[in-house]
Design a protein around this ligand. Structure first.
Ligand SMILES: [Fe+2]
Length: 254
């Protein structure tokens, strides 16, 4: 981790103050000729000063405690916008969420499934999922007063935390493709496991989307499992079921 200017100032200040105190003692006793033993003692004091400084620097330079550094596993590579996962504010997360404008738009969509651990068998509880998508016109809709990543993701977004059985459900509506039709309809998905940094998974894509060409299908990295789903109409509600396997095709996961 880079050394912060604050930590330099802190440790540097402590060191210079300590040296000043030692030098002041020397000055007050300059008429006294130091013996070999006293000079040796003085050298040891300086050595210990440097050691203490290095220890202080090692702690403060990381910006956090060593325990915290070692407890957060860094996986998944770069992820622009994954920080949006933490922007749920005071909201108490549950395993079900309904996104804004659900009532206003058609077709309505239910996204549901189970999150499993890497073995693909054990349900993963307490995992946060963050999704966001465009409106029916293919625009990440904003109100104008957004802060953080909502400026780019818009306000059509939601969060869930998997239950004890690893299950989750979002209610939303089917997004539109970008106005230039450069990409198929998609829902972005970011995941956060306890003690692991957030990382993105394959977008939810719609198997019946004409923009989902064979070449686009081949490009999918299959992070966390396949994201291409065929929606099923259940009494007017489109339902897609997607199970997720944590860590699957995620760099540095193991
Ligand atoms: Fe997008």
């Amino acid at each position: 981790m880079p050394l912060t200017s604050k930590s330099y100032l802190t440790t540097g200040h402590q060191l210079s103050r300590f040296i000043h105190q030692v030098n002041t003692l020397e000055f007050e006793n300059e008429s006294v000729v130091l013996t070999f033993e006293e000079k040796t003692m003085q050298a040891r004091i300086y050595q210990r000063l440097i050691l203490v400084t290095l220890i202080l620097c090692n702690i403060s330079c990381s910006g956090q405690s060593p325990e915290k550094t070692s407890s957060v596993r860094l996986v998944g590579g770069p992820c622009e916008g994954c920080e949006g996962l933490s922007e749920y504010g005071n909201k108490t997360l549950s395993s079900i969420d309904t996104l804004p404008l659900f009532k206003e738009h058609e077709p309505k969509l239910k996204v549901t499934g189970t999150v499993f651990k890497k073995d693909g068998i054990t349900p993963a509880a307490g995992v946060i999922l963050y999704i966001y998508h465009t409106n029916r016109q293919g625009v990440y809709q904003t109100k104008g007063n957004e802060t953080g990543w909502a400026k780019r993701h818009g306000f059509i977004r939601g969060w869930v935390k998997t239950d004890l059985n690893g299950q989750y459900t979002f209610y939303t509506f089917r997004p539109g493709a970008y106005p230039d039709k450069s990409e198929p309809e998609h829902i972005h998905l970011t995941v956060k496991e306890p003690d692991t940094n957030e990382y993105y998974l394959d977008d939810y894509l719609f198997d019946d989307d004409p923009l989902l060409t064979p070449s686009v299908r081949k490009k999918q990295p299959v992070r966390g499992g396949a994201g291409i789903m065929r929606p099923v109409n259940e009494n007017g509600l489109l339902v897609i079921k997607r199970d997720i396997i944590l860590g699957l095709n995620i760099p540095d996961y193991e």
